[in-house]
Design a protein around this ligand. Structure first.
Ligand code: SF4
Length: 191
């Protein structure tokens, strides 16, 4: 959980031959296994430069293959932190927090629209909803906030907000709602 971080273990330095072998396989375009990929995480200095050069070649080849050499696209998006409460306790997380550190369990629908409109005015094309995973399963404050507004779950509320953003601002909703069942996933589809 974000409020009780666990110290990270010190990074292991892989043996030089293992790094050389992994870099050679990268240069040769070979598929990497988990061990080789882990070794490359420790690349620094000249090793890192060699890794980045190889990665650039792969990217450039991909762009040529896609018919748009040298063109990298991106989507301008505005972040909508619908709630920073979460049922989970991922110890690296700096996003999730506890109810007493927030003014409210969720953003109100009008606050969501205000953020989205500001994003649209600034040229954004997407509204990226960031939120924790089913906070109502852990936090009574989240449950009560939702129930007071007629929602049983965070998923119902994020869906309502996403539809409002799409209809009222034209921004494309991009949802990060955590773990979904297959039924929930298919219910999230629009149109
Ligand atoms: S599921 Fe996401 S928001 Fe929740 S604690 Fe883990 S990383 Fe943080």
């Amino acid at each position: 959980m974000a409020d009780t971080p666990t110290p990270r273990p010190p990074e292991a330095v892989p043996p030089a031959p293992a790094m050389r072998r992994a870099l050679r396989r990268v240069r040769d375009g070979a598929a990497l296994d988990v061990t080789e990929a882990s070794v490359l995480l420790a690349a620094r200095g000249d090793d890192l430069d060699a890794l980045l050069s190889a990665a650039s070649r792969v990217r450039d080849a991909g762009l040529v293959h896609a018919g748009r050499p040298g063109v990298v696209t991106y989507s301008r998006k505005v972040f909508v932190p619908l709630t920073r409460l979460c049922r989970d306790r991922c110890h690296y997380c700096t996003f999730a927090t506890v109810p007493h550190r927030l003014p409210a369990a969720f953003l109100e629908r009008d606050e969501v629209l205000e953020i989205a409109r500001a994003g649209a005015a600034a040229g954004c094309k997407e509204a990226l909803f960031t939120l924790g995973d089913r906070p109502e399963e852990r936090w009574p404050a989240a449950r009560e906030w939702l129930e007071a507004r007629g929602y049983q779950t965070t998923l119902e509320y994020v869906r309502a907000c996403a539809i409002a953003v799409l209809e009222e601002t034209g921004l494309l909703p991009h949802l990060n709602p955590g773990v979904l069942s297959w039924e929930e996933l298919t219910r999230r589809r629009w149109g």
